[in-house]
Design a protein around this ligand. Structure first.
Ligand SMILES: Cc1cc2nc3c(=O)[nH]c(=O)nc-3n(C[C@H](O)[C@H](O)[C@H](O)COP(=O)(O)OP(=O)(O)OC[C@H]3O[C@@H](n4cnc5c(N)ncnc54)[C@H](O)[C@@H]3O)c2cc1C
Length: 118
């Protein structure tokens, strides 16, 4: 059996998984009532991120989507939902299953209600 590669440069899937983990977790811990400055900073962060994400065609599409579906950083809940919807656009594009955005806090912050993450 072929041995699993370790500590190699990330491919597009690994990069995507790591990046979504970070983005959803960042949204999960965003303030519930962000100041104007926090809203503007997260907006700036995502805009800048979209210019440097190291998968050029993913970044191009992401920048296009930001024009039609701007970041909603008005609260933790809204940012988490916005991120979930963005991820679902990519899921659809890649033919993957959509994620139920009602479950985003269980997945990225609180753990599943059945206690499997405790
Ligand atoms: C901004 C961005 C744009 C990308 N664009 C492309 C692209 O154009 N082409 C391409 O081939 N790849 C792209 N990717 C990578 C792609 O989205 C996947 O990360 C990659 O294909 C690996 O998929 P996966 O099935 O392992 O799980 P991922 O899609 O990486 O998901 C990881 C985990 O997140 C959870 N999850 C899934 N959907 C959601 C959701 N909607 N909300 C919250 N949690 C969710 C699930 O538990 C899942 O196991 C992009 C990644 C990012 C961050």
């Amino acid at each position: 059996m072929e041995q699993k590669r370790v500590e190699c440069p990330l491919d597009i899937e690994e990069l995507g998984r790591s990046t979504w983990s970070f983005l959803h977790t960042m949204a999960a811990y965003f303030p519930s009532k962000p100041s104007q400055q926090q809203q503007s900073e997260v907006h700036h962060f995502i805009t800048t991120f979209s210019k440097f994400y190291p998968c050029p065609h993913c970044a191009d599409d992401f920048r296009e989507r930001l024009k039609e579906h701007p970041v909603d950083a008005s609260s933790r809940r809204n940012l988490s939902r916005w991120m979930c919807e963005e991820h679902n656009v990519v899921n659809r594009k890649l033919g993957k299953k959509e994620f139920n955005c009602e479950l985003v806090d269980q997945r990225w912050r609180d753990g599943w209600k059945d206690g499997s993450c405790d």
